[in-house]
Design a binder for this molecule. Structure first.
Ligand code: OOG
Ligand code: MG
Length: 257
């Protein structure tokens, strides 16, 4: 199995917003370690072409999300500068079948590494937390994949946007924050922070442990998306998405071609 060749194929489809067949179909022997190596090599392609690694994301951190995609493990992906929206408009012309989901983003001010990491370490290294919206866009046909496929495709990462207001980590109990998401004025999903591994802070602990196995860490200044608080919803041209976070305000996203 030529991991670099597969990685180049994945990177091309990510860059051009083109669907592809599942890698597991042509490479049934691909395991999770191979998949994370493909993820790294494909994201290195983007980084060598001028993109910048600015953080990490956790995915499939809730039972509901695991059930909806048929993958029973949490996964991580890489966030780069080109994924961050600075204005609340999502252009979908170059995307395949985008979905959006509410998340919390942790911003770290110290390095977090090692398999001994605790919740306490994460709080001591958290500068602030933002309400966020993640846009996922699996490169696989019908958003259908195995664990290995989705890992190789950078955990379906596409775009993300943070709110304008940062909050102190001690502002609220993040597991108790209620979130509701509306499309064109109609509420379509709602959930609570505890959907993310009982408490979103635990997602950061899990990420650091998973990264440690590959020799990576979370660096100061990095963004970490902790995982979808509700299931993701499809978005279409013209949609207005509003996500309300109790006590934290509302994020809007305008979907355009
Ligand atoms: C995988 C990415 C999931 C999350 O927050 O659970 C994710 C997928 O569902 O395509 O970003
Ligand atoms: Mg997500």
């Amino acid at each position: 199995m030529d991991l670099l060749q597969i990685a180049k194929h994945v990177a091309d489809h990510q860059k051009n917003g083109q669907e592809m067949d599942k890698i597991s179909l042509s490479h049934p022997n691909m395991n999770v370690e191979h998949a994370y190596e493909i993820q790294k090599l494909s994201m290195d392609q983007a980084i060598n072409n001028g993109d910048r690694l600015i953080g990490w994301k956790m995915g499939l951190t809730s039972k509901a999300k695991q059930l909806s995609v048929g993958v029973e493990e949490a996964i991580y992906g890489r966030l780069t500068s080109s994924m961050e929206l600075t204005e609340p408009t999502l252009h979908i012309g170059n995307l395949i079948h985008p979905r959006v989901e509410p998340e919390f983003a942790f911003i770290l001010n110290k390095e977090l590494k090692g398999d001994q990491i605790t919740v306490r370490d994460v709080w001591m290294a958290t500068e602030c937390i933002f309400p966020a919206i993640e846009v996922i866009d699996s490169r696989y046909r019908n958003f259908s994949f195995t664990l290995e496929d989705v890992v190789a495709d950078n955990a379906s990462s596409s775009k993300f946007i943070l709110g304008n207001q940062a909050f102190s980590p001690y502002f609220t109990s993040w597991d108790k924050v209620g979130v509701s998401m509306a499309r064109n004025g109609e509420t379509v999903q709602s959930g609570v922070g505890a959907a993310v591994l009982d408490h979103p802070v635990k997602s950061i602990v899990e990420l650091v442990k998973m990264l440690d196995r590959e020799g990576f860490s979370v660096k100061p200044g990095m963004v970490v998306l902790a995982g979808g608080i509700t299931e993701a919803i499809n978005v279409y041209n013209g949609d207005v998405i509003e996500v309300h976070y109790d006590q934290l305000g509302t994020l809007k996203l305008y979907v355009e071609l």
